[in-house]
Design a protein around this ligand. Structure first.
Ligand SMILES: Cc1cc2nc3c(=O)[nH]c(=O)nc-3n(C[C@H](O)[C@H](O)[C@H](O)COP(=O)(O)OP(=O)(O)OC[C@H]3O[C@@H](n4cnc5c(N)ncnc54)[C@H](O)[C@@H]3O)c2cc1C
Length: 457
């Protein structure tokens, strides 16, 4: 690609952020023979609480991009989830295997986040055409007058350099500066915080599966990350006391494992993170495209942020290839496809979060319907896992699955009748019906290509 009109440094693609999304995109676009510069402020990544569990489509994508290799033994294999319900439902976990349909590698992998990030960045720097400025950060975006941005980069010595690029990727995470500098607004909802520790995996229940424990204090997770270690994360709801919340979460853990976690908590300080839902008004503006969490994120309940970021990379690569490197045409396609994927992912996370926190009788009914569906239907478990893992990103599939889950309300009717809760049951069923129609409408509008999340400068 040749470029005119911008002075100073010049590359085909400037990637703002060397996290998972930035690295995956750099790897994918390097396959098109483009010259790529990654700007990443952290030269040595500190430990941080963030995504570690990658679904099979994400793992397959990382292998295909050459960022993971069969020989490097990283992390621990994950074959699906074991979901522990709360309260009266608590008759053991529901096991949801990834199962069929996941091709050559029907397993996910969980890897300590910083180790994963370090590995991916090191790998991508071996790719032809990819270089990085580590210790540098993007501090400004300037309009160049031809419907494009150029970036101002503060290098590791504090000097400011102007970098022009035909395509700029904002891959700088949920609080994206690139998004802000480009004047793209977003809706934010902060749900809760998350505290996490690493423990010995000896007593981890359901080895080989991601454990999800549900209770009114939020969601907690426990999964192996390799090397005999397991990650445990506890959600702390807005306004709740962290220690009280952790104590409540621990009550749902099997005894031996709980003791291991308590021991770890008594000696170490947990890592912390915040859980947001962020929906930017646009995912493309001029020559800037947002990828990964910068393009939007949701509650980590579906553990799909990394897999979605890897998918962004493929969609972008394929759109550029199809448009023969015509950036505006490719970005239009990228915005449309990724908008659809994100809508399904976000809706699923929202619905599961609402059901599992069960603050209203309708939410409790939905939660019971989900468990009833999973316990009674092997196909239902398979379809749910296809949606959770992003193997199936169709909003229509989500709408169909939601309707099938909602039908379980009739199976649960005698129970609600016996408990004299018919009015709540009716309210719940009415809500499911309304939502089901709304999801089907969204699916139709998605098919018609509405909501492309794109703008010129
Ligand atoms: C508690 C928690 C648990 C999660 N669990 C899961 C899970 O199990 N599975 C899953 O798939 N996802 C999970 N997620 C989501 C997952 O962590 C994210 O989707 C994923 O890390 C997004 O990667 P990213 O590259 O888009 O952003 P980030 O990982 O945030 O990377 C952004 C990069 O941009 C750099 N940067 C920032 N500002 C600038 C700048 N001005 N200039 C240049 N670079 C900059 C940063 O240094 C960073 O390296 C979880 C998230 C949280 C908070």
């Amino acid at each position: 690609m040749h470029e005119g009109g911008v002075s100073g440094e010049h590359v085909d693609v400037l990637v703002i952020g060397g996290g998972i999304a930035g690295v995956a995109a750099a790897a994918a676009l390097s396959q098109l023979g483009l010259e790529i510069l990654i700007i990443e402020p952290a030269s040595a990544h500190g430990r941080r609480l963030a995504g570690e569990l990658i679904h099979p489509p994400g793992i397959e994508g990382l292998y295909q991009l050459g960022l993971l290799s069969e020989t490097a033994s990283l992390g621990a294999k994950v074959h699906g989830f074991a979901v522990f319900p709360f309260g009266k439902e608590a008759s053991g976990p529901v096991v949801l295997p990834y199962g069929e349909g996941h091709g050559r590698r029907p397993f996910g992998i969980a890897i300590e986040h910083s180790a994963l990030k370090r590995h991916l960045l090191e790998r991508v720097l071996e790719f032809s055409g990819v270089k990085a400025w580590l210790g540098a950060r993007v501090t400004g975006l300037e309009e160049t007058g031809d419907r494009r941005f150029a970036a101002l980069v503060r290098d590791e010595n504090g000097g400011i350099r102007r970098v022009g690029a035909r395509l700029i990727l904002g891959a700088d995470g949920p609080m994206s500066q690139a998004r802000k500098l480009a004047g793209i607004t977003h809706a934010t909802q902060r749900y809760s915080g998350m505290m996490g520790v690493e423990v010995d995996d000896r007593h981890l229940p359901n080895q080989g599966y991601g454990n999800i424990f549900l209770n009114p204090a939020g969601v907690s997770y426990a999964y192996a990350i390799g090397g005999g270690r397991a990650r445990v994360m506890f959600e702390v709801l807005k306004g709740a006391d962290a220690e009280d919340s952790i104590r409540t979460h621990l009550k749902s853990f099997p005894e031996d494992f709980r003791r291991d976690v308590e021991r770890e908590l008594s000696v170490g300080k947990p890592l912390a993170a915040a859980n947001y839902c962020i929906v930017p008004e646009l995912s493309v503006k001029g020559n800037l495209a947002l990828v990964g969490d910068a393009r939007g994120c949701c509650h980590p309940l579906t553990a799909s942020g990394i897999t979605a970021a890897v998918k962004d990379a493929f969609v972008l690569r394929d759109a550029l290839r199809e448009a023969e490197l015509d950036v505006p045409a490719a970005l239009k396609r990228y915005a449309r496809i990724c908008g659809q994927l994100q809508l399904t992912r976000r809706t699923l996370a929202e619905e599961l979060r609402e059901a599992f926190l069960a603050e209203t009788p309708e939410a409790l009914l939905l939660s019971q319907c989900i468990f009833s569906y999973w316990r009674s239907s092997p196909l239902g478990r398979q379809r749910s896992m296809a949606l959770l893992s992003t193997l199936d990103s169709s909003h229509l599939s989500l709408a169909v699955q939601y309707a099938l889950v909602a039908l379980q309300a009739f199976r649960l009717l005698p129970h609600w009748f016996k408990n004299d809760a018919m009015s709540a049951w009716r309210k719940g069923v009415f809500k499911f019906l309304t939502k089901s129609i709304a999801f089907q409408r969204a699916a139709i509008s998605e098919r018609l290509g509405h909501g492309a999340f794109i703008s010129d400068l």
